[in-house]
Structures are given as C-alpha cells and as structure tokens.
Write a new protein. Structure first.
Length: 480
C-alpha cells in the first residue's frame, strides 16, 4: 500500500471554522507536512462571530462563509458542494478543525482507496492528543437494537495495526470519501445538525454495497470525544437523532419494537431528571421527542438556555469520612480534581468506579481500589453488583458530574457531588433515602413510553417512507 501513483489523484479537503483560529492553524500547519501534496483546501466559516486569522500557506486554500451555523453535517456539505462544483477532486477529506495530522495520514488513505475499490468511506486511527499512548477510536459500530454506538479500541493503549478494519462508520471529522460515492448517495443528512450524521452516513454507504473501513496506518491526533461533550448535548441530540437513525435504518419488521425500547429508556431518564430537580435536562428530552414528531431538525434553542437547576445543597466537609466510592462519570479533569481534593482533605480509602473502556484514562490517579462497570449493561441487574458493594461497605458516594451520575449512588447512605466551578464538595440528594426516585422513574417512564408510542411510531414510519428524499440538500434556513 506504499506504492502510489499520484499523477491522476487529487483530494479536496473540507474543514469547519467556528471561533477556533488557534486549533485551525495547527491543522493547517500539519497539512503542510503531508507527503501526499496534491490537495485543495476549503475552509467553511460556519456562522462564526470572531474573525478568522490565518497565515500564508504553500497549498491552495479557499475560505467560504455560511451566514448561519449549519451544524457539523451541514457545514461539511456546504464545503463539499463547493468542491464538487470545481470538479477537480478524486476524493474528499473532511477534517475537524482541532485535529493534527501525521505526515503520512493522507498518503495511507489515498493508498487504501486506490488498492480497494470496494471501499467507499475510510477513516484514520485517532490517537489521544493529550496522551499519545491511548487510542480514541478506529472507527465505530452502531447497535440498531439499542441505539448505542461503540467506538473501536476506545481508550486502549496504542498498538501496531496494519490491516484495514471493517466498521459501521467513521467520525465525520476524519472521513475520507470516494468522489463517485458522493455522486451516488449524496452528502450528510442535515436534519441531524449535530451528533449522529456520521452513523447515518456510514450505514448508507453499507446499504449501497460499499465498505466502510478504518485505516490504522493513517494517524491523526484529536482530544478524546468523551471529555469534550456536555451531557446536555446527549439529553437533546442523543434522543432526537437516535430516533431519526433508528427510523431510517432499523429493520422494518423490528422498527416499532426498537423505537419502543429506546422510548422506554428515554422516558425513564426524563422522569428521573424531574424527580432529582434537573428540570432543564428533563425539558431537553421532552423537547427532543416533541421536535422529532414535529420535524424540527435544527439547532436546539432549549439547549442554549440556562440550566443551573440541579438540586444540591451547600458545601460539605469530608475530613471524617473513611471510605469513598468515586464515580468517574465526569471528565478527566473533574475526576482528577475530585480525587485530589479528597486526598488533600481526608485519609479515607478511595474506590474509583469507572466504565471499563475509560480505565486507561485514570491510571495515573492510582486509587486504592478499582470497580469497573460495563456501559452495555444498563439494566438494574447491571448496576446491582456495584450497588450492593457500596451499600455493605458503608462508603460515601462521590459524583463527579452533577447530571450524569451513576444510578449506583442511590445505594449510599451519604452522597456528595464535586462542584468543578467552586472546587468544593456539596451534599447530593441521591442516596439510599431517595431510592424511591429511580423506582418511580421506572414505573412512570414505562407509562409515558406507552402513551406517546403511537405518535412516535407513526412519525417514524413516515420518515422511513420518505427516506428516499435527499435531505443533504435541505437546511432549515434554505428553500426546498
């Protein structure tokens, strides 16, 4: 795959700018060092409100401005249409602006496409830019039974991988597309706006008989996705867009069941958010379902509203507590700060409870004990072992994310929440005395799902019937 004839191959590159000149300039710097040099760059100013400041480059570069924020898929589509109008490129490379590239990243992508004509979409091996010892992902899989995505090799140590890896999809910001494929199936579905467009596109590529692969010799560096996104994003886009993806791609005979299963989970979470005082997050889920029914596929106005309504009491001293179960549901920074604060102010035993795939991110914290959870087991039975261990240990639960807290914390007699803004621990209402909350949420969530299912099912079926429309050419701000 190293022998490559560059004579007839050119690449059109699209990246998005949204108020991040420093990140973008680092990406453009790394493009200058590419061993494959026949490319043309289009920067889409995606409705930003700060001026774009660039230094001179030795390669061809063009800046186009969108008057509105079109989201991820819409922004990339805007640049793709510009490139397709020029008619120059054999391949399209879509890049997040906060990525940096290994010098041979583009070379190996082009070589993979040249050697494997059955591959329509390829992505790079993404390595954690904060610690080059860990993989962020090498493509991903999407479970149409549950609506859950599973990045491949996520947070695992970097290893030597040589063969192409068949996957369901690759990240939108590392996507390498065959020009002929884009002509055939179109570009991203702009209804997603943010989160999920890459899953949809990968599944569409498969439906048209092409392969989607990760090319492990093509290396890029990017911050870990799980450490950047806020839980509000998942509360809205994770619900609305998963309903859209299931509607488009779940097997027709199983579609009602898949939709109902996802609704049950979403409604249980919504009710629990209400009971714990997290009204903004409950509103986001409610609005996501409503917008799905009404066909409001654009940026969420609700997402931008104030959300400081989590019910936690004032600062709490923890010096006399002798055992803690720290739930690592927060970002690396939040978990690290919380454990550092515990060690500074008390001498109690620290047990770190974290998802299996994130353990490598926290190795340097060296807790007294590890408890690993499996995100794929999200039933009560899946949480039960940790809940029982917490209950019988008498330890205090410590949450590192005020919203995305583990249900297991309800087994603790006392529960604290780390406040990353004020750098103190606060008493949290999520403890064994509030165990009625998840029980009531389970019951009312089931009832809510049953009540709204007919409307959601009808909407989902209509989307399935209209799935032949080219939504890559439709945007909320554009005429049809």
């Amino acid at each position: 795959m190293n022998n490559l004839n560059n004579d007839s191959v050119s690449v059109g590159i699209v990246t998005l700018y949204y108020n991040n000149s420093d990140d973008l300039n680092q990406l453009l710097d790394s493009l200058e060092s590419q061993t494959f040099s026949d490319f043309y760059v289009v920067i889409v100013d995606n409705g930003s409100n700060t001026p774009l400041q660039l230094s001179a480059r030795k390669y061809r570069l063009e800046i186009i401005r969108s008057p509105i924020n079109r989201g991820v898929g819409g922004g990339f589509n805007y640049g793709i249409r510009e490139l397709l109008g020029k008619g120059e490129c054999s391949y399209l490379w879509l890049l997040d602006s906060d990525i940096t590239l290994d010098p041979e990243a583009l070379h190996f992508l082009v070589a993979a496409m040249q050697c494997h004509p059955d591959v329509g979409l390829a992505g790079s091996l993404i390595i954690n830019s904060h610690t080059s010892e860990l993989i962020v992902e090498a493509g991903a899989f999407f479970d149409l039974r549950t609506g859950i995505a599973f990045p491949l090799y996520c947070n695992e140590p970097v290893r030597e991988l040589r063969s192409l890896i068949d996957v369901d999809y690759v990240g939108a910001g590392v996507s390498f597309l065959r020009r002929d494929l884009v002509d055939m199936i179109g570009t991203y579905d702009e209804r997603y706006f943010f989160l999920g467009e890459e899953m949809d596109y990968g599944l569409r590529v498969h439906h048209h008989g092409y392969k989607v692969v990760a090319v492990p010799q093509s290396i890029v560096y990017h911050p870990p996705f799980t450490e950047k996104r806020k839980s509000e994003i998942y509360s809205y886009y994770g619900v609305r867009n998963t309903l859209l993806t299931l509607s488009k791609h779940a097997p027709a005979a199983r579609l009602p069941f898949r939709i109902f299963q996802f609704l049950r989970k979403s409604m249980r979470i919504m009710v629990l958010r209400l009971l714990t005082g997290e009204k903004h997050h409950a509103l986001l889920i409610k609005t996501a379902v409503k917008d799905f029914v009404l066909g409001n596929f654009s940026e969420s106005a609700t997402l931008r509203q104030d959300n400081h309504n989590v019910s936690i009491s004032e600062g709490c001293k923890c010096a006399k507590i002798d055992s803690f179960f720290v739930f690592g549901t927060g970002t690396i920074e939040a978990v690290t700060e919380a454990i550092a604060a515990l060690r500074e102010n008390c001498s109690g035993k620290i047990t770190l409870v974290v998802q299996s795939y994130r353990k490598c991110l926290f190795e340097q914290l060296s807790p007294d004990e590890w408890l690993l959870s499996d995100d794929r087991k999200r039933s009560i039975l899946g949480y039960l072992p940790i809940m029982l261990k917490l209950l019988f240990s008498g330890a205090t639960a410590v949450q590192t994310d005020a919203v995305s807290s583990s249900i297991s914390s309800y087994a603790a007699i006392k529960s604290l929440c780390w406040d990353p803004d004020s750098k103190i621990f606060r008493l949290s209402p999520r403890n064994i005395f509030a165990l009625w909350q998840p029980i009531v949420a389970l019951l009312l969530g089931e009832v809510s799902a049953v009540l709204i299912f007919p409307v959601i099912a009808i909407t989902s079926w209509k989307i399935r019937q209209n799935n032949n429309l080219d939504f890559s050419l439709i945007h909320s701000g554009d005429a049809l």
